[in-house]
Design a protein. Structure first.
Length: 427
């Protein structure tokens, strides 16, 4: 297997100062490794079979990492795809870095485009579409997929670039219920940026242009240090996006109703213990928010004739879930897909090995040709109007894979037509 790392010129300067940050954080435990930060963070890694050449024409999985809009990167051990690519020898994986926290989502009133992070994803898609053939990939068979915040960005991408997605299919893996700020419930969407600007000597009252220009002169190191040390009231966060009605939309359901969504089949998934807690209320919230959002999105896609393939990760293996209550926690399915479960200490069961291989095979079948995935591996298109609410794959629950029904998983979801996230018991 071959790995290539590439980076291009920064696109930050046209929106903000030349101060890029891969992620924010520092090592607080003895022996742990601090997260890396860099001004040159718009880079990507290309993982290919060793034999790949310009004529290989392999399908491409372009992965957008999660991290709550605060962390992320192509060097997270959990998300290194070398084992998967080595096992299959039939596909390419591209992983990308993008700007996070205030550097990717500054929430400045002076910026017309509110999510620079989403523009980073677009830049990565364009680079891959233009260059992947040189690495053995097929530019007409690219899947954009992500997990958690990366899944949310993938979902937002389908709405923002509906007319020219430059990818053929999508994967939305454990997307949060919503990362878009509800303007009717928020008094000041720009407050977080104001707080940081004021703390760094850039307070200009209502003059948002002057405030932004001042912040552009501040070192990224100072900005990072201020955010790391800030513990005031109110708290600050840069993981949710302000609708600008250009790339981020306040009414996503209306976009679906108007057919303003990228065409192409999609994978939509959840885990059985997204919020992993001993609290029954928290467990209910997994259904009420995460699962129902996946259900409603799938129904909206179906109304446009777009196919969605669903799965639920339900494995509970001791080496990746050392505490029994953790179960199939948020992101733990990535160990299976990428084949990185072997990196965690503890016993590895035959079922765990078989489940990982199965998940890789199902993903690969979808990546190669979604139109044959039902016949090749038996992954049915989700159809909520079918008897028992349609079929969803469940991985790792005492067996490698089985079908479960939508009614079994989503009995608490009600009225698919309303804007998500909405949850009420079915009547």
């Amino acid at each position: 297997m071959d790995l290539y790392v590439a980076s291009g010129e920064s696109i930050w300067a046209q929106y903000a100062p030349p101060s890029l940050l891969l992620n924010i954080g520092e090592s607080t435990n003895q022996g742990s490794t601090a997260w890396s930060s860099s001004e040159d963070c718009l880079s990507l890694a290309v993982w290919t079979p060793a034999f790949a050449n310009k004529s290989s024409n392999l399908p491409v999985a372009l992965f957008v990492t999660g991290g709550g809009g605060v962390t992320g990167g192509i060097d997270i051990p959990l998300q290194l795809p070398s084992n998967w690519v080595s096992n299959s020898q039939e596909h390419i994986v591209v992983t990308i870095n993008y700007r996070v926290n205030i550097f990717g989502n500054p929430k400045s009133k002076a910026l017309a485009e509110t999510s620079l992070t989403l523009l980073d994803v677009r830049a990565a898609v364009e680079w891959v579409a233009d260059n992947i053939r040189a690495f053995g990939g097929n530019p007409d068979n690219i899947m954009l997929w992500g997990q958690s915040q990366g899944a949310a960005l993938t979902h937002l991408y389908t709405l923002a670039f509906a007319d020219d997605p430059r990818v053929a299919k999508f994967g939305v893996i454990s997307a949060p219920p919503s990362v878009t700020i509800n303007l009717t419930e928020t008094t000041d969407v720009y407050e977080d940026f104001h707080i940081v600007a004021k703390g760094l000597g850039c307070y200009y009252g209502d003059d948002s242009e002057a405030e932004l220009e001042c912040m552009r002169q501040v070192s990224w190191v100072q900005i990072e240090e201020y955010i790391n040390r800030y513990n005031g009231t109110p708290s600050i966060a840069f993981g949710s996006y302000i609708p600008d009605e250009k790339y981020i939309f306040s009414n996503e359901t209306a976009r679906y109703a108007a057919g303003r969504v990228a065409r192409g089949p999609a994978i939509r998934s959840t885990t059985s213990r997204e919020l992993s807690s001993t609290s029954a209320t928290t467990t209910m919230e997994t259904v009420g928010e995460w699962v129902c959002a996946a259900y409603q999105d799938s129904v909206l896609r179906s109304s446009l004739g777009l196919e969605t393939y669903r799965y639920e990760w339900a494995g509970n293996f001791s080496n990746i879930s050392p505490a029994p209550y953790l179960g199939a926690y948020h992101s733990s399915d990535l160990f299976m897909i990428f084949g990185t479960y072997m990196t965690d200490a503890g016993e590895i069961s035959d079922l765990e090995v078989a489940t990982s291989r199965a998940m890789q095979d199902y993903f690969l079948a979808f990546l190669k040709d979604p139109s044959t995935v039902s016949s090749v591996v038996g992954w049915p298109v989700f159809n909520a109007s079918a008897p028992s609410g349609g079929l969803i794959l469940e991985f790792g629950n005492r067996t490698t894979v089985r079908n479960i029904t939508g009614d079994f998983l989503e009995a608490g979801c009600w009225d698919s037509a309303v804007p998500f996230p909405i949850w009420e018991p079915r009547k």
